[in-house]
Structures are given as C-alpha cells and as structure tokens.
Design a protein around this ligand. Structure first.
Ligand code: NAD
Length: 492
C-alpha cells in the first residue's frame, strides 16, 4: 500500500452541523494491513452524548419536524440519502477496508452498495405501510389504530460491516419517523465522516441523525440516557447481555443483534466441487469477521476426509494480503487485539486435541498487518472450546456426524442461533433439515441475507429482528384511540 493521506476531523456531527467536541481526547486509527496511522477523530464523551441526545430529542419533539413529515416527504429524503451514499460508495468501501481489513473486493460489493439499497428499500416500504387503521369496535364505536415512531433511538454498531450495519438501523428508523444518536465503534470511525456528509447532502432536518464515535463506556451512557426511547445494538453477546440488563431495569425497548457460532451442515449428497465460492462466502466471509457465517462445518462421517480436503484446499488456495489489493480474498484482522484473540483460539484448539489441516499461524511472507492464515481444524468435538465460542476470525472447526438427526442435534447444541447453511443436491430434503435448526436464518447451498427478509438471532444471538417489514415494525409503536359511537339523536 502506498502512504495514506491522513483522514482527520476535529469536530462531531451533532444537530445538523459540525461542532467542537466537549472533550480533548482523540480516536486514532491504524490501517489493519500496515499498522500505520491513517486518521483520527474526536473521542466522544458523555457531554457530547448529552448534546447529541438533546438535538435528537428537539428534532423529534418539534411539532412540524421529521416525525410529522408526510410519508412521501420522508421517503423522498431517504431516496436523496441513498443517492448521497451511493456517490460516496467507493470511498466508503476504501475507508472500511483500510480500517478493518475487509478485502476491498467485498467492501465494494457490500459497504459501497448495501447502505443505499437499504435506504431505497425502506423508502418504498414506508410508502406502502398503513400507519392508521380504523376498526369497528366489538363494543361499539370506532377504534383508530395508529403506528407511531418510537422516538429517539440510541444506535450502537460494531466495526465489521460498519456502514451496512449502521443502515440496518438508520433506514427503517428514519422511515418510521424516529431520530437517532448513533455511536460508531472506535475501530471504524473514518467511514462515519462520509455518512455525516451524506446526511447533510440529503437535507435531513438538523438533529435527526447525530454521530458520536466513542468507546464502550460512552456507549453505556447512551444506553441509559433518560431522553432515549429505544436502543438498537449490534455487537457481541457479552455486551448485549449488559445492555439488555440495563434496558430491562429501565423498561426501555431494545433490539439486539449479537454473536453466532452457526453450523454449515454438509449432507451426504452435497455437491461440494461446484460450490467452492458459495462455501467460502458462507463460512469465511470478511476474514471470518462475520456474525452469521457457519464456522462449525458438520460433515457426514462417510465423507469426512473429502470435506476436510475441500476446506483444506480452499484455505490453502485463498489469497491472503493487503485489504486494499483487489486480488485479496483474506485480509488482516481488524486490530492487534482481535488477532490476539484469534491466535488464542487456535492455540486452544490445538491444546484440546484439534488437528490443523490448513493454516494455523501467521502468513510468513507478511511481516506487518494483523494477519492470520485461514485455518481448518479436524477432529473437533462439538464440546471443544473452538466449537462453542465465537472466534471472529478465519478459523473453521470440521465436526463429523452420523445421520441427519445427529447433524441437527449438533447444530442445535450451541449457546447461539444466528445463521447457518445446509448443503445438498436435494432441495426439499435440505429445506426439511433447515426447518429443524434453531436459528434466526439459514441458507440452502449458500448463505446470503436479503433486505426483504427478517434477520436476527435466537438464544444468545439476540432479541428482535432487523430488515424486511419486521425491521420497520421495530421502530413503530401502537396506539389505540377509542372513539365513542355518535350519540343517538334525542327523540323529537
Ligand atoms: P462489542 O460488543 O465489543 O462492541 C460493539 C459496539 O458496542 C461498539 O461500538 C462498542 O463500543 C459498543 N459497546 C461495547 N460494550 C458496550 C456497552 N456495555 N454499552 C454500550 N455500548 C457498548 O463487539 P465488537 O467486537 O465490536 O463486534 C463484534 C461482535 O459483534 C461479534 O460478537 C459479532 O458476532 C457481533 N455482530 C453481530 C451482528 C448481528 O447482526 N447479529 C452483526 C455484526 C457483528
């Protein structure tokens, strides 16, 4: 990579303008592939959250403000936002890859494109959503059932798909008429500057969207801020539990998109030779830093060696390198801490008797950047640590099973339930297996989430759903107005 021009900001995007932060701390970002500094932004403080929440509150409570705009006006604003995001798509993809190590070929497909797709999708959806329904009451009179925006949202997002996951929340909440304070993760703050620019260009009213990059303590402060009406969180199950506990005490609605340890179930009739690309995407996408991928590969004992060969061959053939190189298929981990965590799991996998059939260390030719080789473990038991805990790196555990019931039992023997996949030539059989897996979503011969389908987890993988019409419902609350029947005319 050539030397980067530093990307820096001295201000925060609050109340529709760039304003001086209240503190003096800064978040400095290093490039994942080179460990060189590439930019910095102010480190938001509790006082900045106060200012951002006040701006979001005022924007929401304004009687002629965003929440009172007509559906058509809000939909058009979302479409303007889509255009503004699209025109920054390539630079967004570049900044995301620079920071978190996502291969640029992937960020150009996802981070450059998906945010605008989501803005347009929810613009279309809100136009078709009835926000008022009149019902004849069973006991007489008329009932007006209103679907109203929940209010000021505190949105907290992780670093792995920072812009896409931000828009999982922003697009439906804006369509619903909510306002928001969003806290990007400290690992990926430089792309959030582009989001702020796009919000300005789309001419959303001041205070509707406010961005405060900061760490977890400031995130916790946002969660319990008295002027916030709902929390939407994406991140680890450990953080999610803490946030859920606090929201429980406050009786504050919360949506949680959390971690996973999903199963990729290879049935005995699967065509693996023709599925390499789809298998890669379903198990190793974004250097393994993807919540829904199948990091436990369940293989029929009769084909165990063959499945190992397929995954071992795939891992050995992947191009590992600088995340900005278009040829790269596996980039570095997002941070030194993340690489340490992944290497710790590889060590643990070996110590518990796992056999490394591919990778297992750092690529010897790359002496800078937080790289880990794509690593395949054989002889893993579903009770081993690397089969139970989320690693969030390019490490797969291949586990043998005996018969479909055993495969389903192993898949379901997990704390998590987020994604997964079933691989078979027989689509009906694969669907029947998929239905038995306790998970929020699952793919057949691929794993590809879609804006039109609800996405989320069961068990420790989360609460609630994003995407689809269900993702809009999460930002609407119901109100029933009981209207008395007209008084009978007094007899003349
Ligand atoms: P993390 O939980 O450490 O942090 C996520 C975000 O929450 C960051 O912005 C962080 O600053 C903030 N945060 C952390 N603790 C907080 C607290 N107590 N109160 C308020 N804010 C807090 O997770 P991470 O390491 O950044 O991200 C990786 C995790 O996210 C993985 O577990 C992954 O599976 C999960 N994830 C889930 C989904 C999904 O849709 N289910 C999508 C992407 C990532």
């Amino acid at each position: 990579m050539t030397t980067e021009t530093m990307i820096a900001s001295d201000e925060l995007f609050i109340g529709g303008e760039w304003i001086k932060p209240q503190g003096s701390g800064r978040i400095s970002v290093l490039a994942a592939s080179t460990e060189e500094p590439v930019g910095s932004v102010p480190d938001g403080t509790n006082a900045d959250i106060d200012a951002a929440v006040a701006a979001a509150r005022a924007a929401f409570d304004d009687p002629s403000g965003w929440s009172s705009w007509s559906i058509e006006d809000r939909a058009q604003a979302l479409e303007r936002l889509a255009g503004a995001l699209e025109s920054r798509g390539e630079e967004t993809a570049r900044r995301v890859s620079l920071q978190n190590g996502m291969p640029i070929s992937l960020s150009l497909q996802i981070e450059a494109v998906f945010p605008a797709v989501l803005a347009r999708y929810y613009a279309g959806l809100i136009r078709q959503t009835a926000l008022l329904e009149d019902r004849a009451g069973l006991l007489g009179g008329t009932i007006h059932v209103l679907r109203k925006p929940v209010g000021v949202v505190g949105a907290i997002v992780p670093w792995n798909y920072p812009q896409t996951l931000a828009m999982f929340k922003l697009a439906p909440l804006l369509a619903a008429g909510c306002t928001v304070v969003m806290k990007p993760s400290p690992e990926t703050v430089l792309d959030s500057l582009l989001l702020a620019e796009a919000i300005l260009e789309a001419e959303l009213p001041a205070g509707v969207v406010n961005l405060v990059p900061a760490g977890r303590e400031v995130g916790a402060y946002l969660v319990e801020h008295p002027d916030v009406d709902k929390i939407a969180f994406t991140g680890s199950s450990a953080s999610g539990r803490m946030i859920a506990r606090r929201c429980g005490e406050l009786l504050r609605p919360v949506t949680l998109e959390l971690g996973g340890k999903s199963a990729a179930i290879v049935l005995d009739d699967a065509d693996l030779a023709g599925a390499t690309e789809a298998l890669f995407a379903a198990t190793l996408m974004n250097n393994g830093q993807t919540c829904n991928i199948g990091t436990r590969v369940l293989a029929p004992r009769s084909r165990y060696d063959e499945v190992l060969e397929v995954f071992g061959g795939l891992a050995d053939a992947l191009v590992v390198g600088d995340s900005l190189d278009p040829a790269t298929q596996i980039g570095p981990m997002a941070s030194a801490r993340q690489r340490e965590r992944v290497e710790g799991y590889i060590e643990k996998g070996r110590a518990e008797g796992g056999r490394v059939v591919a990778g297992g260390g750092r690529p010897p030719e790359l002496d800078r950047g937080w790289f880990v080789q794509p690593t395949i473990f054989a002889d893993v038991d579903n009770g081993d640590t690397i089969a139970r805990e989320e690693i969030f790196g390019p490490v797969l555990a291949v586990i043998p099973y005996d018969g479909v019931d055993d495969a389903v039992a192993i898949a379901n023997d997990s704390e998590f339930g987020l994604g997964g996949s079933v691989w078979s030539r027989d689509i009906e059989r694969a669907n029947n297996v998929a239905k038995r897996v306790q998970t929020g979503s699952i793919g057949i011969n691929h794993y590809m989430l879609d804006p039109a389908a609800p996405f989320g987890g069961v068990k420790a993988s989360g609460l609630g759903r994003e995407l689809g019409p269900e993702g809009l419902t999460a930002y609407l609350q119901l109100q029933s107005i009981y209207e008395a029947p007209p008084q009978a005319e007094p007899a003349p």
